[in-house]
Design a binder for this molecule. Structure first.
Ligand code: NAD
Length: 254
């Protein structure tokens, strides 16, 4: 087991990659605090972990809300006496170019995807420093590396996550806190399925998502969960400040 005796808090644990990572981390021995703003799906993730023999509990929180973010870290650390791993995964996709993104949409996108990561790090760092160290994994995106059409605010939020990851890693390398982020390509999650279903021609939208990745298919939540596990585990003990692209080659090859 790669996370034996570790405690982990995972945001956005109710669906997609957050759920896949919650299940995998628990299977690898971690006790999981599953955080989501949607209680039903978050509780469902906890039930799935328990059914498989793992240990988990649910915390309802909106990661963009400072009081909520502080409370989730405090609650997880209090429950187990320490917080070894924080996976800032929760995020949303606001579609649009700069022209057709409203200021409200921009603020909402940045609040959840970037400020949410900032708040998670802000409140986890003192806990991790006091216990002698910890690991933070942030969810960025290939959209933070390359320019993606119709994703202006989203790309900005994810580029921000990459920069923030490196800054937090630099500030806290001496506290024995490792901080890395993951940059997935297009992954088949509930959020992506919704975007495909709401496109004017869903079959064409799916083909377009698949074909823009050189590998020619969508990624799976489990493939990204494996990367999160690697970064969270001692196998990545020499790695900090890194942005790990797992994207079917989208940012690397043509
Ligand atoms: N799906 C992709 O192709 C893709 C690619 C690259 C990066 N990402 C990123 O990966 C992360 C997870 O994406 P997904 O596709 O699994 O999404 P998803 O929508 O399938 O799941 C996201 C979960 O986060 C929760 N959530 C949303 N806003 C929240 C908030 N403010 N506070 C707490 N919980 C909140 C939702 O309730 C949901 O359970 C996001 O940060 C996303 O931007 C997704």
């Amino acid at each position: 087991m790669r996370l034996r005796n570790k405690t982990a808090l995972i945001t956005g644990a109710g669906a997609g990659m957050g759920r896949a990572a919650s299940l995998l981390f628990a299977r690898e021995g971690a006790k999981v605090a599953a955080v989501d703003c949607a209680p039903e799906t978050g509780e469902e993730t906890v039930s799935l972990i328990r059914q498989a023999g793992g240990e988990a509990f649910f915390i309802r929180a909106d990661v963009a809300c400072p009081a909520g973010a502080e409370a989730m870290i405090r609650e997880a650390a209090a429950r187990w006496g320490r917080l070894d791993i924080l996976f800032n995964n929760a995020g949303i996709v606001v579609q649009g170019s700069v022209e057709d993104t409203s200021e409200e949409e921009w603020d909402r996108q940045i609040d959840i995807n970037l400020k949410g990561v900032f708040l998670g790090c802000k409140y986890a760092v003192p806990v991790m420093r006091a216990q002698g160290g910890g690991v933070i994994v942030n969810m960025a995106s290939v959209a933070g590396i390359i320019g993606i059409r119709n994703r202006a605010a989203y790309s900005a939020s994810k580029g921000g996550v990459i920069g923030l990851t490196r800054a937090v890693a630099a500030d806290h390398v001496g506290d024995n806190i490792r901080v890395n982020c993951i940059c997935p390509g297009t992954i088949e999650t509930p959020s992506l399925r919704d975007r495909i279903a709401s496109a004017p021609d869903p079959a064409a939208a799916r083909r377009q998502y698949e074909s823009r990745q050189p590998i020619g298919r969508l990624g799976t939540p489990e493939e990204i969960a494996e990367a999160a596990l690697y970064l969270a585990s001692d196998a990545a003990a020499f790695m900090t400040g890194n942005a790990l692209a797992i994207d079917g080659g989208i940012a690397e090859i043509m």
